[in-house]
Ligand binder design. Sequence first.
Ligand SMILES: Cc1ncc(C[n+]2csc(CCOP(=O)(O)OP(=O)(O)O)c2C)c(N)n1
Length: 570
Amino acid sequence: MKMKGTQILLECLKAEGVEVMFGYPGGAVIDIYDELHRNPAVKHILVRHEQAAVHAADGYARATGKVGVALATSGPGATNTVTGIATANMDSIPIVVFTGQVPTHLIGNDAFQECDITGITRPCTKHNYLVRNPDELASTIREAFHIARTGRPGPVLVDLPKNVIAAEVDYDPAKIRINATKLSLPPKPSSKKFVQMLEMLRASRRPVLLTGGGILLGKASDELRAFARRAKIPVTSTLMGLGAFPGSDPLFLGMPGMHGTYYANMAISHCDLLICIGARFDDRVTGKLDTFASNAQIIHIDVDPSSINKNIVVDLPIVSDAKSALENINRLLKDNNYAPTDAERKDWLEQIEAWKKKAPLAYCQDAEHIKPQCVIETLYELTKGKAIITTEVGQNQMWAAQFYRYDDPNTFISSGGLGTMGYGFPAALGVKLAFPDRIVVDIAGDGSIQMNIQEMATAMQYNIPVKIVLLNNGYLGMVRQWQELFYEKRYSNTDMTFQPDFVKVAEAYGWEAFRAKRPEEIRPVLEKGLFSNRPCLMDFQIAREECVYPMVRPGASISEMTLGTREMTN
Ligand SMILES: Cc1ncc(C[n+]2csc(CCOP(=O)(O)OP(=O)(O)O)c2C)c(N)n1
């Protein structure tokens, strides 16, 4: 059947199961918007900045495990998507971003609103396309979705010249063929690898699991829980993996690394076997490389072969997605009737308990000032741990990771790899659209929230009642913390001396908004703000110079931590 490119695009989105897309119109994509007007098959959310469209698609993808979709016009619309694309790329998030492009005969002519977006995004996409031939539109879109979600997921950009989407061509979904060579996946690992893993496990007296976002992306939480509990292995999770293993499980150690727990860092430093699944040994996790897990044999399971032996040389590399690797090893444990006895694990688990007792996550209460950690703890209590939390970047992100416990997968949503301020709020919109019955909270700093605050309008227009818990310290807090600790308190350009009245800003957009200035106001403000069916900003004026602890100095070993007022090294 003959169809216009714009119709084919919408047909393809429907075929991929796309329910919602986030976008912003312009000349190069006006025909797509015209088609959407005629055929509202896919719900479109008009954001107020294209960066937010991509973050919202990314938040939707992280919360649902489906591919998120964003649409922007050519030129500035396209370049505004770059931060969102790079954010998704660093965290391996499956999204497809469509951009408009000038007609093919004008490409390279510096035409109005032309930019080489495939060139610009080549280093920060998993793959990208400039569709030059209308006959290839449908197959390109199908391939884009497939690549986004297959193997190590990631963002794919599809650039659509105006004449390509205006052309009429034959469309027959049954005849769409995609290029298989681009999609080749690594072969399944041999079963010998898992036998070797079991042998290493049997020999180990002090094993630790280090898990990352790969568990969530691979939908392997159940298998991880079964493995860790049967083999009685303590679990530490990177920022990206929080929620894959229950935060309230006694085997859970919290995050490792720069702002990790004392006991996670101690466990890694003293273990004799480190089993890393779906994490990539980021420098924020490892600290000084030569002392990282230096007493341990290391097994690394990852779907992306290029992640293995990249930062850390390992003893047993296994290229596999997390789910099938864990299924394999769980089967092997069962078949071999292997489960260590309590006595076998006693010394190690007691040692870990001792570390937990010696230096739990803690902060000093204050009768006058609001402590951000207390805001997060109260949020946890009031939501009974059932909210989906997104974060901005900085201290707010670390406190959100430390003081809320994540028991379920995909309930902590944060920009880990790129560390993008301005991510959390639009991401929360994407999450809330996917889960309208859940409480969705963006934990924000006053710097970050101003990077996409315009999306308050989007929340109102589409009735998306997300909540913002603003930890307002009047500083770019995390940078100020580094200046305090490493630059003799020279607070160069981190004091946000001028602040808008955030309550009034929120109210101007039609939001509910409340402010808390004293510790006793934390609970009532959260109680008022969290449970209404309206978007609400809660402005907590926190102790201005509170720091995030524990902290490993950049470049130091993770066993050398500053625990606030006390130093602790082991
Ligand atoms: C887009 C962007 N620009 C700059 C940075 C560098 N940066 C990291 S944390 C931070 C401070 C964040 O301040 P705020 O949002 O107020 O949060 P706080 O640390 O005070 O909780 C900055 C500027 C960044 N991560 N992202």
